[in-house]
Structures are given as structure tokens and as C-alpha cells.
Design a binder for this molecule. Structure first.
Ligand code: AMP
Ligand code: MN
Ligand code: MN
Ligand code: MN
Length: 283
């Protein structure tokens, strides 16, 4: 059934969200979500908590994560759903992917210091719930707190994106490795919010083709990061590449996120939803 209020993409304090897994489960339930997944960046340390919290409120759950990948010099995110959260290939792959984050954060802080913003590393750390996962979002919150910018999107625009003074290029996982870790752990790999990448049409086609060749099976069509015309474009791409379609808010915080948990249009009936292929992995 394509008409299901599934929300298969969001973040907790275990990565760069501001709510705990427990608070997210309650919020999802209250918002009418019927199938939920917590997909923290490069991290599955919140999965057992999320599953327990989903059970406590009677919400069907799929395990989840969102892996940072570098493809054609651009950062791409691959969501994994329905895997065994204790599988060593996935646990070790994610651990390696998280590995460079602290060093990167120290370099970001040094660069910010040069443009007159001191103490950003320590400042960002105040917002970090998981010391293994310091992200640009935590820097953005600190720069808003200190009045350097009025909101987090201004911080990204002025400081934290390519070519700006707080941006440090980073090599993430390889596409094939990320897909393999998810598959070896019994899960389904899904291209997250494809409209957000700075790829040419040729590179985008290559991303979809290579992803499919590695055994990737799904693509996010309806997400908080897409416009309505992009829902249509990626619905067409899902059908063209024989990929199942996913739906998720990418909710991070009540204060920062435009799209709340579950507050999205349904998938179109012509699509095969990812949850049809994951039915035996729903807990
Ligand atoms: P990182 O994994 O440390 O590179 O941080 C990536 C995260 O930064 C994304 O998952 C988003 O939560 C956030 N982010 C990226 N671009 C923006 C933006 N333009 N505005 C607000 N948040 C953003
Ligand atoms: Mn994020
Ligand atoms: Mn993402
Ligand atoms: Mn996300």
C-alpha cells in the first residue's frame, strides 16, 4: 500500500538532531506516523533505544542510518533501512566513516578563528550529544547562539559550504562500500534526497546507475528536502531505474526543521514503496 504515513528519515541527539530517540518516537506517534525509522548520520548507536521507544508507543519500526559518501567529489547520503544493527560489517564501516570527524571539526574551528570567530570547536561541542559525531550542524547552532548569524541556514550559506571560510573538504565512504555494508547486514540501500546534490545531469545518471549496479534498491522521492516538482522528477527516475520509493521528513529539530515528522504528501500510486519490500523486517 502506497498510502501509508511512513517517515523513514530523521535525526536524534545521537547525531545532529535535538530530540532524543524517545522524544522522536512520541512525536512521530502524536503526528500520526504509521511506520518510523531513526536514521542518524553514520551512526546506529540509537537503534536499540529507538526500537524500544517505538514499541512503547505502539509504532511499527525499521532500523535505519544515513551514511555519508563521496561520489564524483560531491557528498551524497545513502540511507540504509531494515538491517541487523549488530552486524559487524555495518558497525565497523560506520565506525570508520565517523573516524575523521573530530579532526575535520578542529580544522573548521581553526579556519573560523582566522575570520574572527574564536572557540568554535569548544562551542560546537556543547551541542554534541555523541562525541563521535560532531557535525557542521553543531557549529551552525553555536554560531546562531553567539549572534554571528540569525539562523542555521545563514551559517551554512556564509561559512560551512564549499568555498566558504569554515568549510573543510572531507573524504567520506565509497558508494560501493556503503551499499555493501547495508546489504551484508540484511538491509536495503536508498539514495537520500537526490535533488540536493550538486551533480551535473550526467553525474546524477552515473550515481543512479552505479548505485543500482552495487545493489542499491531505493530512492527517496517524497522528502522534506524536495519541492513538489522534484517529487515528480524522482518518481520518474525511480521507475526508470527500477528502484523502490521512500518517504521521510529528514526532521532534525522543532526549531530548525521546516518539515515535521510525518508531515509530507503520500507517495504516488504508480511507485513501489520501500516498505513493501521490507515487510518482513518491520518490528
Ligand atoms: P556534516 O555531516 O557534518 O557534513 O553535516 C551535514 C548536515 O548539515 C546535514 O545532514 C544537515 O543536517 C546540515 N545541513 C547541510 N546543509 C545545510 C543547510 N544549507 N542548512 C541547514 N542545515 C544544513
Ligand atoms: Mn543532518
Ligand atoms: Mn542527508
Ligand atoms: Mn538526514
Amino acid at each position: 500500500m502506497t498510502i501509508l504515513n511512513a517517515d523513514l528519515h530523521c535525526h536524534s541527539t545521537v547525531s545532529d538532531g535535538t530530540l532524543t530517540p524517545e522524544a522522536l518516537a512520541e512525536r512521530a506517534k502524536a503526528n500520526g506516523v504509521e511506520l518510523w525509522s531513526l536514521t542518524d548520520h553514520d551512526e546506529i548507536g540509537g537503534q536499540h533505544r529507538a526500537l524500544a521507544a517505538a514499541r512503547a508507543v505502539g509504532l511499527p519500526y525499521l532500523t535505519g542510518t544515513e551514511i555519508s559518501v563521496t561520489f564524483a567529489d560531491v557528498t551524497v547520503h545513502i540511507v540504509g533501512l531494515g538491517f541487523d544493527p549488530d552486524h559487524p560489517a555495518l558497525v565497523q564501516g560506520l565506525q570508520a566513516t565517523r573516524g575523521g570527524r573530530e579532526e575535520r571539526a578542529r580544522e573548521m574551528s581553526e579556519q573560523l578563528e582566522k575570520v574572527g570567530i574564536p572557540g568554535a570547536f569548544e562551542g560546537a561541542l556543547k551541542y554534541v550529544g555523541n562525541p563521535d559525531l560532531i557535525s557542521r550542524t553543531h557549529f551552525a547552532r553555536y554560531l546562531v547562539e553567539t549572534g554571528v548569524c540569525k539562523d542555521t541556514s545563514e551559517v551554512f550559506r556564509r561559512f560551512l559550504t564549499e568555498g566558504k571560510p569554515g568549510f573543510v573538504p572531507h573524504r567520506w565512504a565509497k558508494l560501493g562500500d556503503a551499499v555493501r555494508w547495508i546489504r551484508e547486514a540484511g538491509g536495503m540501500a536508498i539514495i537520500a534526497h537526490p535533488a540536493r546534490y550538486d551533480h551535473s545531469p550526467t553525474q546524477e545518471y552515473a550515481l543512479f546507475s552505479e548505485f543500482k549496479a552495487h545493489g542499491g534498491e531505493g530512492v527517496e522521492v517524497v522528502t522534506g528536502s524536495h519541492t513538489p516538482s522534484e517529487y515528480g522528477k524522482y518518481a520518474d527516475m525511480a521507475l526508470e531505474f527500477g528502484l523502490a520509493a521512500s518517504r521521510g521528513s529528514d526532521f532534525h529539530s522543532p526549531e530548525e526543521s521546516r518539515c515535521d515528522l510525518g508531515a509530507l504528501p503520500y507517495l504516488e500510486g504508480r511507485l513501489t514503496p520501500v516498505w513493501e519490500r521490507l515487510a518482513d523486517r518491520i518490528r
